[in-house]
Design a protein around this ligand. Structure first.
Ligand code: C2E
Ligand code: CA
Ligand code: CA
Length: 494
């Protein structure tokens, strides 16, 4: 009686909690159970065989169950849960640990352009390379999507970790040949050591944030967590909570970065950049909250507020300094895909009495890739209002040239990456060729992230039209910009 009810319960549990893959195995158990039940009294041999059968099947199920609990089924690396439990275990031992997060820069584009199968194959190739370089003993995990996590234990110092990660990066940078396609990838890498903290979730958060922020320094940069420059929120959850009220509490403000015209030595346009004055954390840059703004949908009202403020500022500069500035505004994918976007912009221009020709919308490749058809349509409607477009961060993405075909823009903003490489022979050639290409397409060219006089001189000798960067000015407040504009109007500096 006890055996009968145990078997019944076992079958129930298996049916309730395990999915389709186990249906065949479950059937085997039920079948064996039935035989046991029927032969319970008169045939011990059959009963033993059936019990062995049940045991084996249960072991297979258990094995698979553990596998799915521990491993990622695409790469067969450990999954995030296991990774976290391993970190938790290590935080008790007080050993010196370095947590690294690696992400593939153009993974979503690869999925979109080459299909999810290629994306999965690529993840497998990458996981094999990581395992080959670091060895089987290291805890390597696919955390989610294109993010890999690595735990290095008993590391001596940052220098040692840097050496290991550079060795790994060299291997990861070698081309991938998948389904007849050659892929050359860029990576974002963030790393955090448990020097100052022992909280394992915080350690992973630091590595993940460093990985996201590594984009600021260009590709293939190993960004180590640094306490001073970050001053980051301890939890994304808190930031999320605070963010919802930030617009209502008027915590956002704008800074402006001048764009200098090399040919006539004037400032004719400025890029407007968002800042969030967080009540406890101080001023946060967009890298910390733009994703959040997109996820929560706040980017739409926030973007409209920004356009309105930018129009007000345009009028103010005209009034005070008698300069008709063009204001360059970064657009997010969520704004463009909002059906009401064009109407809202027109309404703002109308209410503020500003002509569309004083606005220039900057679109990055990531934005254009999400919904190219919608973008082309939106652009057409905006063009009708006199608004111009810029291609932002050109050359930093995976399919920059496809992006040139997709839509007609008035300006090409060459990514800082190329400005940083101007002093190398190849870097200079590439920079000049991008300018030639842009010119042939009838575009104005802006060199972004110009930081030194040396870079400025080199760019001046090319056909580039504008420069933007710390050498001209860091992003500054509206008042500072007005003072600056008046100053250079009176005394041309460069
Ligand atoms: P971006 O469009 O490439 O903006 C230029 C970024 O480069 C700004 O960072 C600016 O401070 C920084 N920068 C300018 N010159 C230099 C330089 O010489 N050296 C270095 N190292 N950096 C320089 P910021 O303000 O942190 O903005 C980062 C990104 O956030 C922007 O990159 C843009 O993509 C996004 N963003 C900023 N404001 C907005 C916004 O209002 N809406 C949306 N959707 N995105 C925004
Ligand atoms: Ca921009
Ligand atoms: Ca840019």
């Amino acid at each position: 009686m006890l055996l009968k009810s145990t078997l019944k319960y076992l079958n129930y549990v298996i049916y309730k909690y395990l999915n389709n893959i186990y249906k065949t195995l479950t059937f085997s158990i039920i079948f064996s159970s039935l035989i046991i039940y029927l032969n319970l009294i008169n045939n011990n041999r059959v009963m033993i065989m059936c019990l062995v059968n049940i045991l084996m099947v249960l072991l297979i199920i258990l094995n698979n169950f553990i596998y799915y609990k521990l491993f990622d089924n695409v790469t067969r690396l450990f999954n995030r849960d296991y990774f976290l439990s391993k970190l938790k275990g290590l935080s008790i031992t007080k050993r010196k640990v370095a947590v690294t997060v690696i992400s593939i820069s153009q993974f979503s584009q690869i999925n979109t352009l080459l299909g999810y199968k290629t994306g999965d194959d690529l993840l497998r190739y990458i996981s094999i390379r990581i395992t080959r370089v670091l060895g089987m003993k290291i805890c390597i995990s696919r955390l989610y999507s294109d993010k890999f996590g690595i735990i290095l234990v008993d590391v001596k110092n940052k220098g040692e970790v840097e050496l290991i990660l550079n060795r790994l990066l060299d291997k990861l940078k070698e081309p991938y040949y998948i389904n007849g396609v050659k892929l050359e990838l860029f990576f974002n890498i963030g790393c955090a050591l448990n020097d100052t903290i022992n909280d394992y979730t915080e350690l992973l958060l630091r590595a993940e944030t460093s990985c996201t922020n590594s984009k600021k320094y260009g590709f293939d940069y190993i960004n180590f967590f640094d306490n001073i420059s970050y001053n980051l929120p301890t939890s994304t959850y808190n930031l999320n909570k605070d963010f919802k009220n930030a617009l209502l509490n008027k915590e956002f403000f704008l800074v402006y970065q001048p764009i200098y015209n090399i040919k006539n030595q004037k400032i004719e346009s400025v890029e407007v950049l968002l800042r969030w004055l967080h009540p406890t954390l101080g001023v946060l840059n967009p890298v910390h909250f733009i994703d959040l703004a997109e996820q929560t949908g706040i980017i739409v009202p926030l973007g409209n507020w920004l356009i309105k403020e930018a129009c007000k500022f345009q009028k103010l500069v005209k009034e005070i300094a008698d300069i008709n500035l063009t204001i360059c505004i970064n657009l997010s994918y969520k704004q463009i895909s909002n059906r009401d976007f064009v109407n809202s912009v027109k309404k703002i221009l109308n209410n503020e009495n500003v002509s569309g020709e004083h606005l220039n919308f900057e679109i990055t490749e990531t934005v254009s890739m999400q919904n190219p058809e919608r973008l082309v349509l939106t652009m057409k409607q905006l063009e009708d209002s006199g608004i111009k477009m810029s291609i932002d961060d050109f050359g930093s993405g995976y399919s920059s040239f496809k992006y040139l075909l997709q839509f007609k823009a008035s300006t090409l903003k060459v990514d800082k990456l190329f400005v940083d490489n101007l002093n190398s022979e190849f870097g200079k050639i590439i920079f000049e060729e991008i300018i030639t290409l842009g010119k042939k397409l009838n575009m104005k060219i802006v060199a972004e992230g110009v930081e030194s006089g040396e870079q400025f001189k080199m760019i001046k000798n090319t056909d580039c039209d504008y420069v933007q960067g710390y050498f001209i000015s860091k992003p500054i407040t509206s008042q500072e910009l007005i003072d600056y504009l008046i100053e250079i109007k009176e005394n041309q500096k460069y």
